[in-house]
Design a protein around this ligand. Structure first.
Ligand code: S3P
Length: 444
């Protein structure tokens, strides 16, 4: 454990109750800053996630000429520089822990005639960037990366870049978005073919800002996204919905802690993100969507979550992209369910903020759960509502916010408490997480 780590233990909670809302969607927040920074004029963003990852994007966009300010009313105002107008940054862009900032900005800069160096923390510096380096090199950008295509890396963009047609070899919204963002300042049509649909926030927001975008969905579900380059973006007023990936933690907590009933307001319910809700309902989870509506071009609603006895699942790997960030907390739910759950097709989890298959397997064993680690997943023996013995900690969070929050939730249904070695990474995506849990019931 590093000396500045913030360890914390979580113990058995009384029933959770109350109404909460979670911070803004991380994916939408990144994109709202990037596209506003490319529009000519002032955009306004309400509900922006003020977590470290998004602030890293804001700092990078400022370093390249955008004017980004937080108003006294909590809304952010961004004066963009116009597509193609980004300036050479004066120093290395520090991406912290944020893979989304890194990969999307690499795309954005690939079609600008400037040189930029990307650096990040120990977790980000282990993550593969080859998946964006390859298509962006085909568009004309040049890269000098650390061994294995990792950070620190320096890239030189090309203007005008070369439009490409690219079929995604991995289901990744970050790769798709990087190519589309590079295409914004590229003459001609840039095309991405997506065999398995991933989150579509980039497409929705690009259209909202006035870019010309065509989406073709073939009978087999393959999506082809064609973007007309040299776009002109018009400033927007964006209202960011609550992040379903953050709502996942109080949602599972309320399902697991007996006697709980909570309401989580204003949660983004985009189909490409809603896989966990579907999965938990199949497991028998009482989750009701009320007040379904549209906000800022995205579907949103309020979730009423009631404690429920859960049963095991074997989710179809085809649904992985719609809940790719939610597996750590889904594993906690499965560990409390009745029966054996089998999760497969999760190889992408090995290259997230940590290797989430190994991190979760190790942590689950420590708190008393029987698990088998597979190359592409986990087999979990559910405890049928029997509290985790706990006490085995501390859980090693490996600079991964979602590992920390998953085991915090596990602690609420443990007999002996769960010690998480470092809660600091939570600030990347969910500032105020512990305080919010405390509003639902006293934590010891
Ligand atoms: C994201 C895409 C996903 C997800 C990440 C955010 C995005 O990554 O895990 O947290 O905003 O585009 P991949 O594209 O690597 O699956």
């Amino acid at each position: 454990m590093e000396p500045s780590a913030q360890p914390r233990s979580f113990t058995k909670a009384p029933p959770l109750s109350g109404t909460i809302s979670v911070p803004g969607d991380k994916s939408i927040s990144h994109r709202s800053l990037m596209l506003s920074a490319l529009a000519v004029g002032e955009s306004r963003v309400e509900g922006l996630l003020e977590g470290e990852d998004v602030l890293a994007t804001a700092a990078a966009m400022r370093a390249m000429g955008a004017d980004i300010l937080r108003g006294g009313d909590g809304a952010w105002r961004i004066h963009g520089v116009g597509v193609g107008g980004l300036l050479q940054p004066g120093q290395a862009l520090d991406m912290g822990n944020s893979g989304t900032s890194t990969r999307l900005l690499m795309g954005l800069l690939a079609s600008h005639a400037l040189t930029a160096t990307f650096i990040g923390d120990a977790s980000l510096s282990k993550r593969p960037m080859g998946r964006v380096i390859e298509p962006l090199s085909a568009m004309g950008a040049e890269f000098t990366a650390s061994p294995g295509g990792r950070l620190p890396l320096t890239m030189r963009g090309l203007c005008p870049a070369v439009p490409i047609e690219y079929r995604l070899p991995v289901a990744s919204a970050q790769v798709k978005s990087a190519i589309l963002l590079a295409g914004l300042n590229t003459p001609g049509i840039t095309r991405v073919i997506e065999p398995v649909p991933t989150r579509d926030h980039s497409e929705r927001m690009l259209s909202g800002f006035g870019a010309r975008l065509d989406i073709d969905i073939a009978s087999d579900g393959v999506r082809t996204i064609s973007l007309e380059g040299e776009a002109e973006l018009k400033p927007q007023h964006i209202v960011v919905p609550g992040d379903p990936s953050s709502a996942a933690f109080p949602m599972v907590a309320a399902l697991l802690v007996p006697g709980s009933r909570i309401v989580i307001e204003n949660v983004g319910l985009n189909d490409t993100r809603a896989g966990l809700i579907e999965l938990l309902r199949e497991m028998g989870g009482g989750i009701e969507i009320v007040n379904a509506r549209e906000a800022g071009g995205e579907p949103v609603g309020d979730l009423v979550v009631t404690a429920s006895a859960l049963k095991a699942v074997e989710p179809d790997p085809a649904r992985v992209p719609s809940m790719v960030d939610e597996f750590p907390i889904a594993f906690i739910a499965a560990a409390m369910a009745k029966g054996r759950s089998i999760f497969r097709g999760l190889e992408e989890l090995r290259v997230k903020e940590s290797d989430r298959i190994t991190a979760m397997a190790e942590g689950l064993r420590l708190i008393g759960v029987e698990v088998e680690e597979l190359e592409d997943g986990l087999v979990i023996e559910g405890r049928d509502g029997d509290p985790f013995p706990g006490r085995g900690g501390p859980i090693s969070t490996k600079l991964d916010h979602r590992i920390a929050m998953s085991f915090a939730v596990a602690g609420l249904v443990s007999s002996g408490g769960v010690m998480v070695d470092d809660m600091r990474p939570v600030a990347t995506s969910f500032p105020g997480f512990v305080t919010l849990l405390e509003t639902l019931g006293p934590l010891q």
